[in-house]
Design a binder for this molecule. Structure first.
Ligand code: ZN
Length: 449
């Protein structure tokens, strides 16, 4: 294991059921290239999807069924006004998108994610055993889960709200998906996800459980949810999953190359600030602190590279009579609004595949997959001198792969990112840029015991 802060999640799964898990690895890896090509073909220019004024040019939302394939968007199966389909994932997605659009419209006066009524495309039953959900720049996508750890990703409505909010962020502040702006991007998605869940349950901020992804895990996994905004780092502690690695204070900021710079790890810090502000303001989180965060993201005060300190200052500036409360909330998590750059002492970890491998690295092939909605790490390595049955094929792949030809580039929210160590060379590649050879190499290495 090269991982210091996350558990051998898939590796232990593999030990329990190697063949089955290998299939899952391959299935999850299979989306990449085709997704990229299809996205390029489908992607509308921002602003080009607004409906005809006064009359919707097309349905406000459409749920599609990929039928366990990876072609997007799949077959349209439900639109507004249609009755229940009888397919639980389809109907959960329909309910969730209706509720999400209603919250943005009714609470913030914002029509769809772009504020101009863009029709929302959703796809369920994506891939086989695909344990993730994401926004790919044009639509929302949900897997059915692997059935061993994760249930279907449409089950908790806040997962859908989270993915929709990624679209909202892209079309408003445009926070880049890396480092502190990336952690803020992640946090904003959790913020509106929690607002949505509490609004549907009729809860005041102080009544909410502040869990993201409650119900996402199969029975037997010791997890209350995937993240806890009120107490980051306490959502789960399980032999298979390991322990929730989120920190709740800037002193616990995790510097890592995984997960686009720990965007799903460090989001706990701004998440906690929002939860503190929302409960101090009281009432509905969506209408109280949520309205301040919404204003912050849409009033031009947040730039794509805004860091924690800049974002905190922008929320204080947008908070009106609640400015003091919001400033105190950020101070509680170590982000001082007055400071130019409030980044405190940081803890370094997870420096990537093969770290510390030193002299033996020349014969080491390592793969580390991070990111995804859950922000969890799966890794593996093969020593080419070890007699491992995969060594011969891996050696051929390593000789053929030209790292200089691989495309790094920015990841999409909640898609995976792969770090490769190939006999001394290192490369990080987002899921949609994997070549056939890199995908094969990753599937070989990650199916290890
Ligand atoms: Zn996300």
């Amino acid at each position: 294991m090269t991982s210091r802060f996350l558990p051998p999640y898939l590796l232990q799964q593999v030990a329990a059921s190697r063949a089955e898990a290998a299939d899952t690895c391959l299935a999850t890896l299979a989306i990449d290239e085709r997704l990229r090509a299809e996205r390029a073909a489908r992607a509308p220019a921002p602003g080009s999807v607004a409906p005809v004024p006064g009359e919707l040019a097309e349905a406000a939302w459409t749920v599609h069924d990929a039928r366990r394939g990876t072609t997007l968007p799949g077959d349209p199966v439900r639109r507004p006004g249609d009755g229940e389909s009888g397919d639980v994932a389809v109907d959960e997605a329909a309910y969730g998108i209706g509720a999400t659009l209603a919250m943005f419209e009714q609470v913030y006066g914002h029509t769809s994610y772009d504020g101009a009524g863009a029709p929302v495309s959703l796809t369920v039953h994506f891939g086989r055993d695909y344990a993730n959900a994401f926004w790919d720049g044009t639509q929302l996508v949900f897997g059915d889960g692997d059935g061993r750890v994760f249930e279907r990703f449409t089950k908790p409505v806040d997962v859908l709200g989270h993915e929709f909010a990624h679209a909202f962020t892209e079309y408003s502040a445009g926070l880049i998906y890396r480092g502190q702006p990336g952690a803020l991007n992640e946090s904003v998605s959790d913020v509106f996800a929690a607002c949505l869940k509490q609004r549907l349950l009729g809860q005041r901020a102080e009544e909410g459980d502040w869990l993201i992804g409650e119900g996402l895990f199969v029975p037997g996994i010791n997890a209350r949810g995937l993240r806890d905004m009120a107490a980051p780092g306490t959502a789960y502690d399980d032999p298979v999953l390991g322990k929730d690695p989120q920190g709740a204070h800037l002193d616990d900021y995790i510097d890592t190359t995984d997960d686009n710079g720990g965007v799903h790890l460090n989001s706990g810090i701004p998440n906690r600030a929002f939860q503190l502000a929302a409960t101090a303001i009281g009432g509905s989180a969506a209408e109280g602190a949520g309205a301040i965060w919404f204003a912050t993201l849409t009033n031009g005060s947040v730039r794509p590279t805004t860091d924690f300190a800049g974002f905190a200052a922008a929320t204080v500036a947008a908070a009106g009579v609640h400015a003091g409360v919001v400033r105190d909330a950020w101070a509680e998590v170590g982000v001082a609004v007055a400071a130019a750059s409030g980044r405190g002492q940081r803890r370094a970890t997870g420096s990537g595949p093969g770290s510390g491998a030193d002299a033996e690295e020349a014969d080491l092939v390592a793969v580390r997959r991070s990111g995804g909605f859950a922000g969890m790490v799966v890794d593996g390595q093969v020593d080419l001198r070890s007699g491992d049955e995969r060594a011969e094929e891996l050696r051929g792949l390593v000789e053929r792969i030209d790292l200089r030809a691989a495309k790094p580039g920015m990841p999409h929210p909640d898609m995976f990112v792969y770090a490769f160590t190939l006999c001394g060379s290192h490369l990080v590649v987002p899921e949609q840029h994997l070549t056939d050879d890199l995908r094969r190499l990753a599937s070989l290495v990650l199916e290890q015991r």
